[in-house]
Design a protein around this ligand. Structure first.
Ligand SMILES: [Cu+2]
Length: 439
């Protein structure tokens, strides 16, 4: 059956439901998944565990506009291979429902079956604290910055949903779990597939809430996603535009069932768009090196008069304020994530739920494509941008951020290490420039 053909889904056809791994409803799927791993590890053809990971190493899209559709196709094909090798046609991949709020800390612990050293779901290469149940930090698991974007791809208002979701929570979850998850062979870790099911679910939720994907007829929509094979081992190359809705691919998420069957979705996006006149207030800082410690970047305005957050927000009502960290390079795979704060005073302890919090800095597969193997360095380095409009107005409302100049503070985070403490990092990140601008 041509699974990616448009209009495949019919009312008579059953739709599978991807459940939260923490729900009792996922227990059958989890057992099937574990059985599939054992069976796939014993194979040597296209359906083997190793071959599935090689697809990711050779073809995956990161830091490109195809990050989301490529991984959606990858998971969908993988799910079909699990069904084939286990003979369980109703199998659906569970997802890991990590969430940022302090009430949901348990959701940020590796799901218990993945912590059992006797299980095929275990991966000893992970951060040992994660394998013992240490929670990932709330910033690592927070998709809210991405959810604010109205369009999938970069537009005059910003980097777009796809890139923002990749930056947070996608990258920091990879980095904080560490081991195989740090590399382009991350699908060797069984949690990879549940992490990406969560990313895929967040994309679908954003779409259901009114997020705007490029049309199927655009250049983006017509681009083929490559690297996959069907259950016969033959190449299958869906177009990005055929991957915009999970229900057309034959699955829905448990949280989207109401939407799929015609219920209304909750929490419409704030789609207010503000015109940008293209002017820009720029402050740039010189090179910073991060190796597991805290760092403070003091930004100096290029204007004659001092510039503060107060002034910035006053001068640009209705505009977006954006912080860009650019020229990001690393000497090897980066094993540490950092929380980013704006104007955090030196005597104020960092608090991800406090007014100074901006977001997460995590670089995934930057530095080396695969350690000890072929290396791909990305010329000019990576760039991450943060929409700090909300942070800036929060600080302004509280009378904070009225000093002169700005500072960006970076706090290392790692599961198992007390928050704010230095981390024993093997990798070094360089930041060439930090820029604050309005749009
Ligand atoms: Cu990933």
């Amino acid at each position: 059956m041509p699974a990616f053909a448009r209009g495949r889904i019919r009312l008579s056809q059953s739709v599978t439901v991807r459940h939260s791994v923490l729900s009792p409803l996922a227990s059958n799927d989890l057992a099937t998944y574990a059985q599939a791993i054992t069976l796939m590890k014993a194979r040597s053809d296209f359906a083997s565990w190793e071959e599935q990971a090689k697809i990711h190493d050779a073809h995956c899209h990161h830091r490109t506009p195809y990050f989301l559709p490529w991984h959606r196709a990858y998971l969908h094909r993988f799910e079909e291979i699990v069904r084939m090798v286990t003979g369980e046609p109703q199998f659906a991949l569970p997802y890991w429902p990590y969430a940022p709020s302090s009430q949901e800390e348990d959701s940020r612990r590796l799901p218990p079956p993945f912590r059992d050293p006797a299980s095929v779901l275990f991966d000893p290469s992970r951060n040992a604290a994660v394998n013992s149940g240490a929670a990932l930090s709330s910033g690592t698991c927070d998709p809210s910055a991405a959810m604010q974007y109205a369009s999938l791809l970069k537009d005059p208002q910003g980097q777009g949903f796809s890139r923002a979701l990749e930056v947070q929570p996608h990258n920091p979850v990879h980095v904080d779990i560490n081991g195989n998850m740090l590399t382009s062979f991350s699908p060797l870790d069984p949690i990879f597939w549940l992490h990406h099911a969560q990313i895929d679910r967040l994309w679908q939720r954003w779409t259901n809430d009114g997020g705007v994907n490029p049309g199927a007829g655009t250049g983006w929509g017509n681009t083929k996603m490559v690297g996959f094979s069907d259950t016969a081992g033959d190449p299958s190359e869906p177009r990005a535009g055929d991957l915009l809705d999970t229900s057309e691919l034959g699955y829905v998420y448990d949280t989207d069932v109401a939407t799929f069957f015609g219920g209304s979705s909750i929490g419409l996006l704030d789609k207010e768009r503000v015109m940008s006149d293209g002017s820009r207030i720029e402050a740039a800082a010189p090179l910073v090196r991060l190796r597991g410690g805290q760092a403070r970047i003091n930004l100096e305005s290029r204007r004659d008069e001092p510039l503060s957050i107060l002034k910035l927000t006053q001068e640009s009502p209705g505009r977006r304020v954006v912080l860009r960290l650019s020229g990001l390079t690393a000497d090897r795979l980066v094993d540490t994530t950092y929380d980013v704060y704006l104007d955090l005073p030196p005597d104020t302890p960092p608090n991800p739920e406090g007014p100074h919090y901006v977001g997460k800095l995590a670089l995934f597969t930057l530095g080396a494509h695969r350690e000890g193997d072929h290396e791909h360095h990305h010329g000019g380095g990576d760039e991450i941008e943060y929409d700090i409009t909300a942070t800036a107005s929060r600080l302004e409302q509280r009378g904070l951020g009225r000093g002169t100049g700005f500072s960006v503070v970076l706090i290392p985070t790692r599961p198992g290490v007390a928050y704010g403490e230095p981390v024993d990092s093997q990798s070094e990140i360089q930041i060439e420039r930090a820029i604050i601008e309005t749009r």
